[in-house]
Design a protein around this ligand. Structure first.
Ligand SMILES: C[S@@+](CC[C@H](N)C(=O)[O-])C[C@H]1O[C@@H](n2cnc3c(N)ncnc32)[C@H](O)[C@@H]1O
Length: 245
């Protein structure tokens, strides 16, 4: 069987974003990532690693196009979708739940005037905090996004783009009180006085009523109960909720 990954990448490069038990795809990662080792962190900081990783990301897009654009799309495509929403709705603030390695923050660092990203795992949080320390418009927060969003949103006065992606996915990632805090996050955003937020929820395929995930219909009802005139749709593994344009 043909390998899903090009053979020339060393192991740390081709670990899928959330390693070992892949709750999202049901597939197993090719090797166990049980901790972010010091060596792993060192390698990740090198220019060579970044370059190889960029190459890998572009290869994933090429392969995705070649295979007829199956769902889910690779990270570069999801990042392009987030930036497209920012442009379409003229949004200047990105609020992300689930920072992980900071790839979405990195991809969007020049698109937004302010970025807030919340990560529950302490090691991932520290890594991201260090990575983005030189960007004054980027804040990495440590804690459960279900709770931290409630504390952060009262300071927000303008429409934001929400990228809701904070959930447990095995390996080095954190697990809060539940595998996903999505219903808490959603209720906080929907009760915020600003009514023009745009909500993108990643990994739509997980929302099947198992492992603490509500179904997509439950999410739709939660949104449309508050904003009956909003558009609610799913495409490319991303649930999208916002006013109609
Ligand atoms: C799929 S990864 C995020 C990927 C990242 N958003 C990106 O686009 O590159 C999910 C992340 O959410 C974090 N997480 C899990 N539960 C969380 C919670 N309750 N609050 C905040 N982060 C959480 C995990 O530790 C993991 O790093």
């Amino acid at each position: 069987m043909r390998s899903r990954y090009p053979v020339f990448y060393p192991l740390p490069l081709w670990a899928p974003p959330c390693g070992k038990r892949n709750a999202m795809t049901g597939r197993r990662a090719p090797y166990d990532v049980t901790a972010t080792s010091a060596l792993d962190r060192l390698i990740r900081r090198t220019a060579a690693w970044q370059t190889l990783r960029d190459l890998r990301r572009h290869y994933e897009v090429w392969r995705w196009n070649r295979d007829g654009r199956p769902s889910p799309p690779p990270p570069l495509v999801k990042q392009a979708i987030v930036k497209e929403y920012a442009r379409r709705f003229a949004l200047r603030t990105l609020i992300e739940t689930g920072t992980y390695r900071g790839d979405m923050v990195h991809a969007c660092r020049e698109t937004f005037e302010m970025i807030v990203s919340i990560e529950l795992d302490h090691v991932l949080f520290e890594e991201a905090r260090r990575r983005f320390a030189k960007y004054p418009h980027v804040s990495i927060l440590h804690g459960d996004s279900g709770r931290l969003l409630r504390q952060t949103l009262p300071t927000i006065l303008t429409p934001c783009l929400f990228w809701l992606d904070g959930h447990y996915c095995g390996a080095v990632t954190a697990r809060g009180g539940a595998e996903t805090p999505i219903l808490h996050e959603l209720s906080t955003i929907l009760s915020h006085p600003v009514r023009e937020h745009v909500i993108l929820i990643d990994d739509a395929r997980c929302f099947n009523g198992t492992h603490d995930y509500p179904t997509i219909d439950e999410l739709r009802r939660a949104v449309l109960n508050v904003h009956p005139d909003w558009l609610f749709e799913t495409a490319n593994d991303i649930i999208r909720a916002h006013r109609r344009t």
